[in-house]
Design a binder for this molecule. Structure first.
Ligand SMILES: Cc1ncc(C[n+]2csc(CCOP(=O)(O)OP(=O)(O)O)c2C)c(N)n1
Length: 639
């Protein structure tokens, strides 16, 4: 039995010797590499927190003391140390371990949200609650330097600085990187703390002097270290945490378990909020990760353990965007690009390489990205803000009030929209179509394939008096689906037989919609499939088409409530179109992790289920068009 297998919970760590801890750390690393090599996962971040997590679990008593991981992608080691090491062959698989902390899995997990920069606020609340209830419990928040670039983290620090009775220890896991190196003034300040030679020299001198004095040994040195006003900040007046009034211990070598334990124990004894600044290396201990230039294996797909070669992914939607942005950038000097700490994942790296002065990585700061984009637009540029769909939620008010109210021409490009699957509830991009519907003036495009992504992106950057959004899913785009006709600004994808069913297909659901049509036609049912391309505002041609058919069916991979189907239904109602309506979308639930296809199957977003539902409904409908005021709409066919 390996040492790791013998660890049933944090208490089993207490009696381990230094050598055993080193052995355990290496077994953990092997297990991490093994598990991620087959199913993918957040390898680099977890390799970097092995010792830090061991130290936390030896100094604190989880789950009595609470450990909150910011973002939660670096909690694999925590899972292994809290009785789940044996389940890593089912990491991120349906029914297996979640890739993030999960309350359903363990009492040791508390915060499941994988949106960054929230840990300090959760921890602030927890620590205040325990203080008010008179409970003798500590709260530990682990936050990366990347997550520390998010505004919420600073709102929390501002409050924590005056929460004197909070037993709160903040471990800053400083590896200098988000995916790519973390950028901004904060990073500069952290680097200064980390590398100030004057400080290192003085620390060394103090250490030598103190230990040389008879009767005054390492203990006195430690006391100095633990002084309320940390030694570090006494000597480094630029100390950014001290300026906020926060106690600071560090920097500590985050790969030295003993040093980490020492610092954490000091912080624990202090009794109020303390920051422990740990310096770590992302990917530590696995060469292929440490050497990986783009993101040190932040979240690789399956790879070969010996070579570190990832299984090729093939061309994905993001790649289409990447290339088109470079063309647009070459043609339009006024187009600038913004990413919130995800240059490669959202595909702006080529634009950045070609136009470095027109590319901004703002850190994990989606709210700032949106309002800064408004400023750039006011200043005469056209910003393209590329983020994952789920993270746009953060910036809703900024899109509404700062961009739309001011009629700024800003294009938001939402990648990983719809069901993403493996990363669970907080990563599914199923909210954007609903929340954006309420923004006056905003235009929303959903491309069905690569050709439409290029086309709609080009149309979007031409709009200079309103926000535009282009959203597309994770994974590979389908083969291009040609239009057979046009109705208003919408593409007609199929037109067969009598006008029984109008399928309004949103974005990437086109493949499903066309398949639905084929199934219906095979049963002698007449179908029109239309892709609005721009789903907001509703195209009047779709209203007219709806009037002519016996049944309207909308299909989207976004939440059913308030989404494209819901708004179309409302628009038809306002226009007096009474054609029966079937609305297909994602049920408004927090979907557990599983493969995208499995989730779509479960929620009925497959052609088979949709076609069956249509046939069942049609049987119940009268033969003729239900709306007696129906008038004919000509579908233009390309010559
Ligand atoms: C609001 C939000 N935006 C973007 C992301 C995507 N994301 C996940 S981890 C990460 C980088 C985190 O860096 P850091 O906190 O330093 O942790 P590390 O991986 O370096 O240990 C980013 C940008 C996110 N989870 N949440």
């Amino acid at each position: 039995m390996s040492l790791l297998e013998s660890i049933a919970g944090p208490r089993d760590l207490r009696g381990l010797s230094e050598d055993q801890l080193a052995l355990l750390a290496s077994e953990i690393r092997d297990a991490l590499v093994e598990s991620c090599s087959t199913g993918g996962g957040h390898l680099g971040p977890n390799l970097g927190v092995v010792e830090l997590t061991l130290a936390i679990h030896r100094v604190f008593d989880s789950p009595h003391d609470r450990v909150v991981f910011d973002t939660g992608h670096q909690a694999y080691v925590h899972k292994m140390l809290t009785g789940r090491a044996g389940e890593f062959d089912r990491l991120r698989k349906e029914g297996g371990l979640s890739g993030y902390p999960s309350q359903a899995e363990s009492d040791h997990d508390i915060v499941e949200n994988s949106h960054a920069s929230t840990s300090l606020s959760y921890a602030d609340g927890l620590a205040k609650a325990y203080a008010i209830r008179g409970e003798d419990r500590h709260t530990v928040a682990v936050i990366g330097d990347g997550a520390l670039t998010g505004g919420m983290a600073w709102e929390a620090l501002n409050n924590i600085a005056i929460a004197n009775s909070s037993r709160l220890v903040i471990v800053v896991n400083d590896n200098g990187r988000s995916y790519t190196p973390t950028v901004g003034g904060l990073t500069t300040a952290l680097t200064t703390l980390r590398t100030n030679p004057r400080y290192e020299q003085i620390l060394d001198v103090v250490k030598k002097r103190l230990t040389a004095v008879p009767g005054v040994g390492p203990a006195a040195y430690d006391t100095l270290h633990a002084m309320k006003k940390g030694l570090k900040d006494a000597l480094a007046p630029q100390g950014l945490f001290e300026d906020l009034g926060l106690k600071y211990v560090g920097p500590v070598d985050g790969h030295d378990v003993a040093a980490m334990e020492h610092a954490l124990a000091q912080a624990k004894r202090f009794g109020g909020p303390v920051i422990v600044h740990a310096i770590t290396r992302k990917g530590f201990g696995y060469d292929a990760a440490e050497q990986h230039e783009a993101d040190q294996f932040h979240s690789p797909g399956p790879f070969d353990v010996d070579t570190g070669e990832e299984t090729p992914k093939g061309r994905i939607w993001t790649d289409v965007f990447t290339d088109e942005m470079v063309h647009i950038g070459a043609r339009r000097q006024d187009v600038v690009a913004i990413t919130a700490a995800m240059m490669h994942p959202v595909g702006l790296h080529k634009f950045q390489a070609r136009f470095p002065d027109r590319t901004f990585d703002v850190g994990i700061a989606e709210q700032h990205a949106a309002t800064s984009a408004a400023g750039l637009a006011m200043g005469g540029l056209h910003p393209v803000v590329a983020i994952y769909a789920t993270f746009l939620n953060r910036a809703f008010d900024q899109v509404l009030m700062d961009v739309a109210l001011h009629r700024c021409g800003v294009t938001f490009v939402l990648d990983r929209a719809g069901v993403t699957g493996d990363d669970g509830a907080s990563h599914n991009g199923m909210w954007d179509m609903s929340v954006l519907q309420v923004v006056p003036g905003l235009r929303l495009a959903a491309p069905r394939d690569g050709a439409r992504l290029r086309e709609l992106l080009n149309e979007a950057v031409e709009v200079d008096d309103a926000p535009t959004v282009v959203r597309y899913p994770k994974g590979p785009p389908p083969e291009d689906i040609p239009a057979v006709g046009r109705a208003g600004g919408a593409d007609v994808l199929a037109r067969n037989g009598t006008k029984d069913v109008l399928v309004v297909s949103v974005g990437a659901m086109a493949t499903v919609a066309v398949d639905v049509a084929e199934r219906l036609v095979a049963q002698g049912i007449g179908v029109t499939v239309v892709d609005p391309r721009w789903v907001k505002p509703v195209d009047p041609a779709i209203v007219d088409l709806a009037r002519e058919h016996r049944l309207v069916v909308s299909v989207e991979d976004s939440g059913r409530i308030g989404g494209c189907g819901a708004v179309l239904l409302q628009t038809l109602n306002d226009a007096g179109v009474t054609t029966p309506f079937q609305l297909h979308g994602i049920p408004q639930e927090f979907l557990g992790h599983a493969k995208r296809a499995a989730i779509l199957e479960r929620i009925g977003l497959t052609s088979q289920t949709i076609a069956r539902g249509i046939v069942e409904d049609l049987v119940l409908l009268p033969e003729e068009t239900t709306d007696t005021r129906a008038r004919s709409v000509d579908v233009e066919h390309p010559s």
